[in-house]
Design a binder for this molecule. Structure first.
Ligand code: HEM
Length: 128
């Protein structure tokens, strides 16, 4: 395997790392600091934990099993009509930053992920 073929998924630690990250993300969100963002989600975060782990696996270049099991998935369409404000977007990004640290994702990769998620989350903002 050449350096070029090593995916971010493998670089951050594969399935175990992505699982840690998804679990940490919703554990963080489920604390009082993130009440507004938490209120947008279902009471049971179990299915969303699975979905985020599956999505991130594919997004980072890992296996696409979860996307296939959904019959395809468009992260932008999924968030359209949610009425995402700058406030809830900022909470999402802050929760992800905290989760990356808690899940012990190596800083260069955590930084790259935050940089990549910035425009994605901005594109999800509510349009007037
Ligand atoms: C910009 C701020 C964001 C907000 C406020 C937000 C909010 C939400 C909400 C309310 C749900 C539905 C959860 C439920 O039904 O319980 C959801 C699901 C999800 N979000 Fe976000 N989200 C944001 C950004 C992102 C980003 C940047 C990504 C990934 C790049 C992402 C990935 C997902 C995934 C994979 C799901 C699960 C989809 C499913 O179950 O079908 N979200 N999000």
């Amino acid at each position: 395997m050449t350096a070029e073929t090593v995916t971010p998924y493998e670089k951050i630690g594969g399935a175990a790392a992505v699982r840690r990250l998804a679990e940490a993300f919703y554990d963080v969100m489920d604390t009082p600091e993130y009440t507004q963002l938490r209120a947008m989600h279902e009471p049971d975060l179990g299915p969303t934990r699975e979905a985020l782990a599956g999505f991130l696996t594919a997004w980072l270049g890992g296996p696409r099993d979860w996307i296939t099991s959904q019959g395809g998935f468009c992260v932008m369409s999924r968030h359209a009509g949610m009425g995402i404000t700058e406030g809830t977007r900022a909470q999402w990004m802050a929760a992800m930053q905290c989760a990356l640290a808690q899940a012990e994702i190596a800083p260069p990769w955590a930084d790259k992920m935050m940089q990549a998620l910035e425009p994605v989350s901005r594109a999800m903002l509510r349009r007037r």
